[in-house]
Design a protein around this ligand. Structure first.
Ligand SMILES: O=C(O)CCCC[C@@H]1SC[C@@H]2NC(=O)N[C@@H]21
Length: 256
């Protein structure tokens, strides 16, 4: 962990830490709604998040002082709304790159942006974009990571923490800054028009790529194979020789 040497060039330079908040994403949204000025790259981090939100209206479980919950504000005015999946990619790769030296190659990105280890969820990402015209005005990037928990409540059955995997406690702030620095590197690449390796890096770490798995679409369960992800962020799955693309609401992975 390069915490002490970390140069906070941009993401995380303005850091607001809160003892307790409903949700760091909601907190950021409220500040923006009140037109209060906030610098690009601001990070809101909370020790305790009591109404954390996940994707698809799910609740997100955080444990005070044990899990990482923070939100990054980016203002990617250069990015067209049609390219918003690239933000998903840079954020998931940033988290992935931070954890890879710790966890090793069992670590995967589960489409679109869950962080998985051996079939269990280590972290999640909730990106909420605010749009102006056809460009992204503000991107609120919420990251939740299970770090030092030794157990989870029954309603989060598939979760795992770094501590459960590695039997070590980690410094939450150090992890957070490390994630920020990786995201920042990819963000600048994208901004400078050098995002060509982004898709390759994302696919490289994608769970289930080119492997057979079981999927559920509407009420039908079938065997298929993930062949890629489209530029719009749709999951491409081959079934009986034909590739179809699905959004998050349409398809589910079936865990045996
Ligand atoms: O996997 C998911 O469903 C996404 C979970 C995202 C959780 C983080 S924790 C920090 C930020 N604040 C929230 O309320 N949610 C995100």
């Amino acid at each position: 962990m390069q915490n002490n040497n970390f140069l906070r060039a941009f993401v995380g330079q303005n850091l607001i830490t809160l003892k307790e908040v409903d949700s760091t994403n909601t907190f950021l949204k409220n500040i923006l709604a009140n037109n209060e000025p906030l610098p690009d790259g601001t990070v809101i981090m909370a020790e305790s998040q009591i109404a954390g939100r996940g994707q698809q209206q799910n609740k997100w479980y955080s444990s005070t002082g044990e899990s990482l919950a923070f939100s990054i504000l980016l203002k990617p005015h250069f990015l067209a709304l049609a390219s918003q999946f690239q933000l998903t990619q840079i954020v998931s790769i940033g988290v992935y790159e931070t954890l890879l030296p710790l966890v090793g190659n069992k670590l995967k990105i589960k489409w679109p942006n869950d962080i998985y280890v051996g079939g269990r969820k280590l972290g999640g990402i909730l990106i909420e974009n605010q749009v102006q015209g056809s460009a992204i005005k503000n991107s609120i990037i919420g990251i939740g990571l299970n770090v030092n928990q030794t157990n989870f409540p029954a309603w989060v059955p598939n979760a795992v923490s770094l501590r459960q995997i590695l039997q070590t406690d980690y410094d939450l702030k150090a992890l957070m800054f490390e994630i920020c620095s990786h995201i920042e590197r990819w963000y600048f690449k994208l901004k400078e028009g050098n995002g060509s390796q982004l898709n390759e890096a994302y696919l490289h770490s994608l769970y289930w790529l080119n492997k057979k798995g079981r999927f559920k679409v509407q009420d039908a369960i079938f065997e298929g194979m993930v062949t890629g992800v489209s530029a719009e962020g749709l999951l491409q799955v081959m079934q009986d020789g034909h590739v179809k693309a699905y959004n998050l609401k349409e398809i589910q992975f079936i865990h045996n």
